[in-house]
Design a protein around this ligand. Structure first.
Ligand SMILES: [Fe+2]
Length: 271
C-alpha cells in the first residue's frame, strides 16, 4: 500500500481513526485470501442477532417508500432480502453473479483501501458478516452487515452502477495520493450519499443514507442543498463523516453516473 506520511493525503476515515475514536474504524490489511462466493459459510447467529436485523430492516424500510430510488428497491427484491433472518452472503453472491457478474467476499471488518480497490476492480464486493449490538441500533461508527447488505448490495444488481463501481476500483488502483483523495470524495457523494432525480422527485441510492436512521430522514429535507451531478465539482466538495450532510449531489440516471465517471477518469488518465 502507498505510504501515507502526509496528513493532506489521509482519508477522512484515517484521520478520524488517528484521533482515537474506535478501533473498528481503523482499516485492516488482509493477510491472506478471504472466502469468496460459494466458499462463504453462514455464521451461527444468535436469535438476538436475527432480531437486531429484523428491527433494523423493518425500521429502515418504513422510511423508504417515496424516498429510496426505484433501482435500489428493485435490487432489494432481486436479492430476496426479508426481515425474517440475516441474509446469507453466499446467496447474495449468487444473485449478483447472475445479474451483474459480481461476487461477495466475506471480510473481517473495515479493510485497507488497497485490498478494497483490488477486490472491487475484480467485481468482488467485500462485506462483513457480523451485526451491530443492541446498544448500537441507532448508530455504529464502523460498517457492519446491516450497512454492507442493506445499504450497499441492492445497487450492485443494477448494471450501470455495477459497471461504474468496478471502474471506480480500477481507477483508484492507478491513482496517485491526490487523485485518490478526489476519488474518495466522489465515492462519498455517490456510493455512500448519492441522490437521483426521477420523474416523481428526488430519491436516495447512497448506502450511507439508506442504512442510517438519521440520514434517511434528513437527506431529502429542506436542510440539504442538492447540487447537480458534475464530477469536477463533486471532487472538490468538503464533507464531514461524523455529521448529517448539508450538501448532496443528484444524478439523473445511473447511465449518467457511469458515463460521467468514465469521462472524468479519462480526462485525468485514470482509465
Ligand atoms: Fe459503505
Amino acid at each position: 500500500m502507498v505510504e501515507k506520511n502526509n496528513e493532506e493525503h489521509m482519508s477522512a476515515y484515517e484521520k478520524a481513526a488517528k484521533e482515537g475514536i474506535d478501533p473498528r474504524c481503523i482499516p485492516q490489511k488482509l493477510d491472506g485470501p478471504v472466502p469468496i462466493h460459494n466458499e462463504i459459510v453462514y455464521p451461527a447467529y444468535s436469535d438476538e442477532e436475527h432480531d437486531i436485523w429484523k428491527f433494523l430492516y423493518n425500521r429502515q424500510m418504513s422510511f423508504l417508500p417515496n424516498r429510496a430510488a426505484d433501482e435500489y428497491l428493485e435490487g432489494v427484491n432481486k436479492l430476496n432480502l426479508t426481515p425474517d433472518r440475516i441474509p446469507y452472503l453466499k446467496d447474495i453472491s449468487n444473485v449478483f453473479y447472475q445479474t451483474t457478474g459480481w461476487k461477495v467476499a466475506r471480510v473481517p471488518g473495515l479493510i485497507d483501501v488497497e485490498n478494497f480497490f483490488q477486490l472491487i476492480s475484480n467485481r468482488v464486493f467485500p462485506s462483513t458478516d457480523y451485526i451491530r449490538t443492541k446498544e448500537e441500533l441507532d448508530y455504529t461508527p464502523a460498517p457492519d452487515l446491516f450497512h454492507d447488505i442493506f445499504g450497499h448490495m441492492p445497487m450492485l444488481t443494477n448494471k450501470s452502477f455495477a459497471n461504474f463501481y468496478q471502474k471506480f476500483g480500477i481507477a483508484s488502483l492507478k491513482a496517485n495520493p491526490a487523485d485518490r483523495k478526489q476519488l474518495e470524495t466522489f465515492h462519498w457523494f455517490t456510493v455512500e450519499f448519492g441522490l437521483i432525480k426521477n420523474s416523481k422527485g428526488t430519491r436516495i441510492y447512497g448506502a450511507g443514507i439508506l442504512s442510517s436512521l438519521g440520514e434517511v430522514q434528513h437527506a431529502l429535507s429542506d436542510e440539504v442543498e442538492v447540487k447537480d451531478f458534475v464530477p469536477e465539482n463533486i471532487v472538490m466538495q468538503d464533507y464531514d463523516v461524523w455529521h448529517l450532510q448539508p450538501v448532496l449531489f443528484a444524478i439523473e440516471s445511473f447511465e449518467q453516473l457511469e458515463e460521467g465517471f468514465n469521462y472524468w477518469c479519462n480526462k485525468k488518465g485514470l482509465l
